[in-house]
Design a protein around this ligand. Sequence first.
Ligand code: ZN
Length: 85
Amino acid sequence: MNQDTRLNHLRGSPRCGAKTRAGGQCQCPAVRGRTRCRIHGGLSPGAPRGAGNGNFKDGYWTTEATEERKWVRRALERYAKGTDQ
Ligand SMILES: [Zn+2]
């Protein structure tokens, strides 16, 4: 792969959307498969899962609950577009 191709891939890569103190977005290249750059948490897998690690009050933000809400939203979008049938 020559240098121009590599530079074009770098330019076309998704950008980090982290908010900067100046008010804009970071715009560094995001880590592969993620939406943030290496500085803004792109490399971090996040906090450990489960009830032993977290400050749960009502379960609204558990993985299961957020996945369920995503599923409902997708189903609603499909229904609204009329592609459900
Ligand atoms: Zn960033």
